[in-house]
Design a protein around this ligand. Structure first.
Ligand code: HEC
Length: 130
């Protein structure tokens, strides 16, 4: 009986662990992409400038999410631990570059921002993590 219970507990733990991994990698291909831009002060400053220009209208000046617009869903908080579309640098990069299809309430920035700019924004957003 004890062995059986122990075995079941192990399985439950394993499944929980797998679920965590799946939750982290929402976009496994993008999650593999390494951030080529170091989060140095210049990168963060440039990322902040771009963020305020392109993102703040929806996500808020402090990136804590926007309710001041009619978007459904509202633009999420980018400073919390919840990353619906993936929490790695590569996944955040992919969301900014390609938007979130099919609705594209999160608009794609591929035409407006160069990859290096997007990485600067990724670094800036990451620096806001609570
Ligand atoms: C037109 C409004 C709008 C603009 C501008 C905008 N976003 Fe978004 N963003 C959204 C919405 C709405 C979502 C939620 C999309 C969904 O889940 O369907 C979102 C989602 C995201 C996510 C995914 C968050 C998660 O939990 O996984 C990231 C990252 C993000 N935006 C970053 C940015 C950055 C950086 C910029 C500026 C370059 C930006 N957004 C500009 C509306 C916007």
């Amino acid at each position: 009986m004890r062995v059986l219970l122990g075995g079941m507990l192990l399985i439950v733990l394993l499944v929980a662990r797998l679920t965590t991994i799946v939750t982290i990698a929402q976009n496994p291909a993008a999650a593999q992409v390494k951030n080529p831009v170091a989060a140095r002060p210049e990168s963060l400053a440039e990322g902040k400038r771009l963020y305020l220009r392109y993102c703040a209208s929806c996500h808020g000046a402090n990136a804590e999410g926007g309710s001041g617009n009619d978007l459904i869903p509202a633009a999420p908080d980018l400073t919390d631990k919840e990353w619906k579309h993936g929490s790695t640098d590569g996944e955040i990069f992919a969301v900014i570059k390609n938007g979130v299809p099919p609705e594209l309430n999160m608009v794609p920035f591929a035409d407006q921002l160069k990859d290096a700019d997007i990485w600067n924004v990724v670094n800036y957003v990451r620096s806001l993590a609570k």
